[in-house]
Write a protein that binds this ligand. Structure first.
Ligand SMILES: [Zn+2]
Length: 157
């Protein structure tokens, strides 16, 4: 069997940072390659190297890569935004989703209104014009009567 003996020559990013010898069974080595030193620096700064190694030993081997990736993501977000971390990014995205959902609802409501309004507008025009013509004829029929008051026909007693 060919073993990777050259592994010990190039320590992983964690062991290099912690200034210790990288052993073949190093728990950090598969997830913190020497080419990405910042990844371990961030994770160590936020969570601490001993907590990370404890966590990796508790997690099943096939879940370790995902665990390290989430730790690295959270650590980077926490360094950028010390108060909210990745929760800040999540809330920004949630607000965007809510805003877009409202816009979509409003647009769908407009579409429904436009498709439904075509029939009712023509019927209302007909009814108002019919009523107007009925009123017009009835008002003209009322005429004022003249009342004559003649002063010439008055007989003096
Ligand atoms: Zn190592």
């Amino acid at each position: 069997m060919a073993s990777s003996s050259s592994y010990s020559n190039c320590p992983c990013a964690a062991c290099k940072f912690l200034r210790r010898k990288c052993m073949p069974d190093c728990v950090f080595a598969p997830y913190f390659p020497p080419e990405e030193p910042q990844k371990f620096t961030n994770v160590h700064k936020i969570f601490g190297a001993s907590n990370v190694s404890k966590l990796l030993n508790e997690v099943l081997p096939h879940q370790r890569e995902d665990a390290v990736n989430s730790l690295a993501y959270e650590a980077e977000a926490r360094i950028k935004d010390p108060v909210y971390g990745c929760v800040g990014a999540i809330s920004v995205l949630q607000r965007q989703v809510m805003k877009l959902q409202k816009e979509l609802d409003a647009t769908n409501a407009d579409l429904i209104r436009y498709t439904c309004n075509e029939m009712p507008t023509t019927t209302t025009i007909i009814t108002t014009s019919q009523r107007g013509s009925e009123r017009g004829t009835s008002s003209i029929a009322q005429s004022s009567s003249f009342y004559y008051h003649s002063t010439w026909n008055n007989d003096h007693p």
